[in-house]
Write a protein that binds this ligand. Sequence first.
Ligand SMILES: [Fe+2]
Length: 385
Amino acid sequence: MGNETVIRKFVTPEIVYGVGASSLVGQYINTYGVERVMVVSDPGVMAAGWTEKVIAGVTDAGANVVLFSGVSANPRDLEVMQGAELYRAHRCDAIVVVGGGSPIDCAKGIGIVVSNNCHILEYEGVDRVALPMPPLICIPTTAGTSADVSQFAIINDTSRRLKIAIISKSTVPDVALIDPSTTVTMDPYLTACTGMDALVHAVEAYVSNAASPLTDLHALQAIRLICANLLTAIREPDNMVARDGMMLGSLEAGLAFSNASLGAVHAMAHSLGGMYDFSHGECNALLLEHVIRFNYDTVPGRYRDIAALIKTVTPSSSCDECETLVASIRDLRISAGITTTFGLSGVSSGMIPDLAYKAMHDPCIVTNPRRPTQQDIEEIYERAL
Ligand SMILES: [Fe+2]
C-alpha cells in the first residue's frame, strides 16, 4: 500500500467545479456537436427544479431532448433496458444526467447497453465493457455518491435481488459539471446519508489494498472536508460554505475510491440494498464502525491517520485506539440523525447467511485490507442488527 514500486493508474473525467457549473451544459452540447440528447433524471430531482433548468440549457444550445425519468432509488436492470430502448427509438446521440447516484448509474447503464447492444447484466464485474458509451455529461445533485467521476455503476438485478457492480474505464463519464448549489434542495436525512456514503468512500479507499499516493491525497482531504462540514450542511441547508465543503469532499472521495476501489462496507451494503432496497448511504453509515473493528489490526497506521482527521463530538474515555475511532464515527452518525438499525428495518438473523454469501461475491470485497471469510461477514452483520 502506497508502495512506489507498484504501478497504479488514475482515471477521471473532465471536471468543472463551482457554483454555476451546471449552467455550462449547453457549451458542452456544442463541443460534442450532438443533436438529440437523452436527459436522465428522477422524480425527486425534477420536483426540485434542476431537471427543467438543465433541459433548458440543452435546448438553448440547439439540441432536441428526450426525457427519461423512470429511475428509482437503487436503479433496476429493467429501468436501464427501458431507457436504452427509448434512446434507440429516438436515435439519441448523447446522454445528460442530472441527479444523484441512482440516475447517474442508470444513465451509465443505458450508455453501456446502447453502445454494446447487449443486456446490462452481462457486464457485471471488472473490465467487461468492450465499447465506450456515447458522450455522457453528469450534473450531480447530491454530495455523496460521486458516480459522476467514478468508474463504477451499481445496478439492481431484480430477478436475483442483487446489486451488481460494473467497474470499467468505459463507465467513466466524459464530463462532470459539479455545482454545489444544486445540493441545497436535499432534505437533512438525504444530506446525512449521502454525506456518510462519501465518508465511507474516503475511508475505504484509504485502507484499500489498491490505494496509492494519488488516491491517499484525495481520501485524506475528503475525510477532513466531510467531517468539518457534514453536521452544518444538515442543520443549515442553505449554508453554502458547508454545501461547498461537502461537494468538494464528495468529489475527492470519488476520485479516491474510483481508483483505489472500496471494501467490506460497500460489499455488505450492496448485498443489503439488493435484497431490501434500503438507502445505500444509510447501510454504509450503519456498517462502517463494525467493519473498522474487523479491519483495524491489519492496517492500524492507516486508521490512525483517519482518526487524526475525525473530530470527536464527545471526548472518548477509551484508551483503545480502535474503540476511540469507532466512538467518533458513531457520534458523527448519530449526530447526523442516522439512528436506525437493520433489525428495526426488518432484517432477521435468518437472512444473514444469504446476505454474507452475496457480499463475499461483490467485487468490493477484494480490496478490503483484511480478507474475510463468510463466517466473518456473517458475524459483522449480526453485530450490526
Ligand atoms: Fe457508496
